[in-house]
Design a binder for this molecule. Structure first.
Ligand code: ADP
Ligand code: MG
Length: 273
């Protein structure tokens, strides 16, 4: 296959869904690693105090490590915080430490509290159309499972939303609330925000339930849904316990190949919504 062309400017994705356990973090780290393997320059911002994305990408996130918290609460430049993923070329990470759990409260009294992350990202010298050859092609923000101030910061900072939907019972439940929040953000804080990408995760081809949920999601969201669904796979869920993404843990596995295909789709289609 020919090398993947780079976008003309940095594409900023918010990976969000207020439900926990739907595959946000798994999708963030694996799409990021897959894009990086396709020659794209990628920055992952871990915005979940749990730090699961930091763990999977094998970067330090003990208390005291420069982190997302320092960027959004203290205004420390992201360029001082981002650290290379030791296992994947072209991939950088802004880790999260548990301090971020307090940020939801601490930010309440801060000026422009909902645009702290946007400010930090825009100020990064490698973000934007004018950033030159070294620029980041993709920034992926891994959100916590809530619609609080942290997720709001991501929605204000991003241009494209990626919503992972687990092919399970109640998959669509709660999505109404998420989409209302997106509308609110678009109306008042960030008119550029678009739901560009829906990804079906933990798809089990053997069950009618999975197929039914996938049909329902495609009926509802149409072209926003990637053609590639991510299969449920033990290899995907094992990888983080080895501080790896499935892209390096088992590159030939169905989960890794699906994430690679999803990354190709994302890179090829650009902004569609
Ligand atoms: P979230 O970030 O939305 O809370 P995670 O990405 O942490 O969700 O995924 C929740 C759990 O499901 C994790 O234990 C993860 O390893 C597992 N998981 C995610 N995707 C898959 C998959 N395709 N196959 C099997 N397990 C998966
Ligand atoms: Mg997560």
């Amino acid at each position: 296959r020919p090398p993947m062309p780079r976008p003309r400017e940095t594409r900023i994705f918010v990976v969000a869904n207020q439900k926990g356990g739907v595959g946000k973090t798994t999708t963030t780290v694996n799409v990021a690693a897959a894009l990086a393997q396709l020659g794209q320059r990628v920055l992952v911002i871990d915005l979940d105090p749990q730090g699961n994305a930091s763990t999977a990408l094998n970067v330090d996130h003990r208390r005291g490590t420069p982190s997302t918290y320092d960027a959004i609460v203290d205004g420390r430049p992201l360029v001082e915080i981002a650290t290379p993923c030791p296992d994947v070329d072209n991939l950088w990470v802004v880790p999260s430490t548990i301090d971020l759990a307090g940020a939801e409260i601490e930010l309440v009294s801060v000026v422009a509290r909902e645009s702290r992350l946007r400010k930090a990202i825009v100020a990064h010298p490698l973000v934007g159309a004018d950033a030159g050859e070294e620029r980041f092609d993709y920034v992926l923000i891994d959100c916590p499972p809530s619609l609080g101030l942290l997720t709001l910061n991501a929605l204000v900072a991003g241009e494209e939303m990626m919503i992972p939907i687990q092919a399970e019972y109640y998959a669509l439940e709660g999505l109404g609330q998420l989409l209302e929040t997106v509308d609110m953000v678009r109306a008042h804080l960030n008119p550029d925000l678009a739901v560009s990408t829906i990804l079906i995760t933990m798809y089990d081809a053997r069950t009618r339930l999975s197929a039914g949920v996938a049909d329902e999601v495609r009926d509802h969201f149409g072209d926003q849904v990637l053609k590639t669904a991510i299969p449920r796979s033990v290899r995907v869920s094992e990888a983080p316990s080895y501080a790896q993404t499935v892209m390096t843990y088992d590159p030939g596995s169905p989960g890794a190949l699906s994430y690679l295909e999803a990354a190709r789709e994302i890179a090829q289609r650009g902004v569609t919504a």
